[in-house]
Design a protein around this ligand. Structure first.
Ligand code: 5CA
Ligand code: ZN
Length: 412
């Protein structure tokens, strides 16, 4: 699939520091240590509805990872999937009478437009589940060769315990794993499974469902193997970061990593498993299944500046759950107006230390709120000069504009 156009990223003087990032598996913040090429895989959308603020916040968080790495001098290989065939997409198409392909194409295109408006840098490879079926088949063969697969009435299951590391990412008790697996698309109670947590690799054709030819019979891939196969097909394990929202830590990332580790014999699959917090509306997780959604495209259609939407997201640390509110958007709009006014000042305050501060804040586990505060202070100092003009520092306004754009993706 094609991704979306890359925003222009201005170059900044010097180089940023190495990025420290939270890792769910170890429960702490650690330095990322990519080679010249940093490798990241971030789980993409299931395109049965438009991009909501929760999706936007997750992709903005990982966009910061890409921007900080680029600023630190790395080349970044970023891969993202589109779950363009899966139960929720097929169910929605059935409900609305849409063709499931047309529905997926339409929502994926809207997502591209939303990401473009939000200045999210595109992945280098943007890969659909359907187009990755040959890769899925290859990795299922590798899992079979490792003795990690069994057949249940034509469906193929992965033995999660064939990976000795299974369970070490989310760190849940067996009871919690089974509970959450059932809530998030799993089938712990299916009769005949060797272990309740074993997960589907290949689902034999069901009447009315789309299906593809394979050596295992006509059918379609399971969810977790889709992401493992796409990641392994375009990146080299171990990758630096596996990312997504916190709702993916278990079972998706746990099971996907186990599959990748058994298929390649390389462990870990990722050095960091990093998860963005959940965005809520009125205290409830924003989710397509609940329907409590604020769409990026609706805000755009209402004429809201996407830079303000991005600032409203960045005002929250990516690891703290938060509520989307119109007050929060209003604050972001005021902040943007204040920054824009300061940029037009005839005597902007000095800015060299702001670059160092924004870099330091972002490199410290993506402290975007701290980075915004550093620019706020510069804007306040500039506003204060308006009443008591000081020697002008014209280059500083250009530097602020460029660093807000390059590091935060905010077009002032
Ligand atoms: N296609 C799968 C991943 S392979 C999927 O989870 N799709 S999704 O459309 O449901 O979600 C896309 C991304 O947005 C995922 O990383 C998910 O964790 C994240 N996400 C979903 N809801 C929220 C929310 N309310 N807040 C923050 N992130 C969210
Ligand atoms: Zn995924």
């Amino acid at each position: 699939m094609h991704a979306w156009p890359a925003p222009l990223v201005p170059s900044l003087p010097g180089q940023g520091p190495a990025l420290s990032l939270h890792d769910t598996a170890t429960g702490g913040v650690r330095l990322t240590a990519p080679g010249p090429i940093a490798q990241i895989y971030v789980c993409g959308i299931t395109p049965y509805d438009a991009t909501h603020m929760g999706h936007a916040a997750t992709y903005v968080a990982f966009d910061l990872v890409q921007r900080v790495w680029l600023d630190a001098g790395h080349e970044v290989h970023y891969v993202q999937n589109i779950t363009d065939v899966d139960d929720p997409l097929l169910a929605r198409a059935l409900e609305t009478g849409d063709d499931w392909v047309a529905l997926g194409d339409r929502e994926t295109q809207l997502f591209r437009e939303d990401m473009t408006a939000l200045q999210v840098m595109p992945p280098r490879h943007y890969i659909g589940a359907v187009e990755s079926i040959p890769a899925v088949i290859r990795y299922i063969h590798q899992l079979q060769a490792a003795g990690a697969v069994y057949d249940l009435e034509g469906d193929l299951y992965f033995r999660v315990n064939s990976d000795p590391g299974f369970g070490s990412i989310a760190g849940l008790t067996p009871e919690r794993m089974i509970e959450i697996f059932a809530e998030r698309g799993g089938d712990p109670d299916r009769a005949g499974k060797e272990h309740p947590l074993d997960c589907l690799l290949w689902l034999l054709e069901r009447p009315g469902d789309p299906s593809w030819e394979s050596p295992f019979g006509r059918g379609r891939p399971g969810w977790h193997i889709e992401c493992s196969a796409i990641a392994l097909d375009h990146l080299v394990a171990p990758i630096d970061v596996q990312g997504g929202g916190s709702d993916l830590a278990f079972p998706h990332h746990e099971m996907g990593a186990a599959e990748a580790q058994v298929a390649t014999g390389t462990s870990p699959f990722a050095r960091h498993y990093t998860h963005a917090a959940m965005v809520r509306l009125d205290g409830e997780k924003m989710s397509k299944s609940r329907g409590n959604l604020v769409f990026v495209s609706k805000l755009r259609a209402a004429g809201i500046d996407s830079a303000a939407v991005r600032l409203a997201i960045l005002a929250h640390h990516y690891r703290v759950d938060w509520d989307w509110t119109s007050d929060g958007l209003g604050e972001a709009q005021s902040r943007l107006a204040s920054w824009r006014l300061a940029l037009q000042s005839t005597s902007p305050a000095p800015a060299d230390h702001v670059l160092a501060e924004v870099r330091a804040r972002l490199a410290d586990d993506l402290d975007a709120p701290g980075a915004l505060t550093a620019i706020d202070r510069w804007a306040e100092a500039t506003h204060a000069r308006a009443s008591a003009p000081a020697a002008s520092d014209e280059g500083s306004a250009v530097l602020i504009r460029d660093l807000a754009n390059a590091l935060l993706g905010v077009l002032i």
